[in-house]
Design a protein around this ligand. Structure first.
Ligand code: TYD
Length: 170
């Protein structure tokens, strides 16, 4: 039994299109459990760290604007982040999300149902999900602090920052 965790983001287009309920209903078919959730306004630093592997792609700047919701402005410039946990979590979530390109995605999947390609060619594909367990660990540690996840997923350590006790990823 392969117990995994996966980062899921409902991107600003999913928020703007009022798809949060529909998306969570689709992911609930996985029978996985949510062990972390929060709403975030994504700043440029977080956006660039998340998509660092795509920094040389021609669509990188547009992608950074998109994940920050800059194209939509207030009150859509935010995302919902989740950590799903359970058996084969990554493949289950990725199947429900569908292929990266909404035109290639199974029409029953989230991206196939709700995604689009903009006139500039960017895939607005409504959700993000980690591609493998290494990326999942990197992304979950980037988006969540240890105390925001109710399951102990990765090792932690206690440190003192200006005499304040903090728990950070080890
Ligand atoms: P990527 O990490 O390759 O895919 P995934 O999100 O499925 O893990 O790409 C990140 C995002 O970049 C993707 O969700 C949408 C955008 N993108 C494009 O707009 N055009 C492209 O050709 C690719 C590969 C990605």
């Amino acid at each position: 039994m392969k117990i995994e965790q996966v980062l899921v983001l409902i991107k600003p287009d999913g928020i703007k299109k009022s798809l949060v309920g529909n998306i969570l209903t689709k992911f609930s078919e996985s029978k996985l459990i949510i062990v972390g959730s929060k709403m975030i306004k994504v700043d440029e630093k977080l956006a660039k760290a998340h998509y660092n592997h795509l920094k040389d792609k021609p669509f990188f700047n547009e992608l950074i604007n998109y994940i920050q919701g800059k194209v939509y402005g207030e009150p859509w410039n935010r995302i919902l982040a989740f950590v799903y946990h359970g058996e084969c979590a990554i493949s289950k979530i990725r199947e429900i999300a569908g292929a990266t390109n909404p035109e290639d995605a199974d029409p029953i999947s989230i991206r196939g149902s709700y995604g689009r390609i903009t006139t500039k060619g960017l895939y607005e594909n409504v959700v993000h999900c980690s591609s493998d367990s290494i990326e999942a660990a990197r992304e979950i540690k980037l988006w969540f602090n240890p105390e925001e996840v109710i399951e102990k997923l990765y090792p932690v350590k206690t440190v003192f920052i200006r005499n304040l006790k903090n728990t950070i990823w080890a």
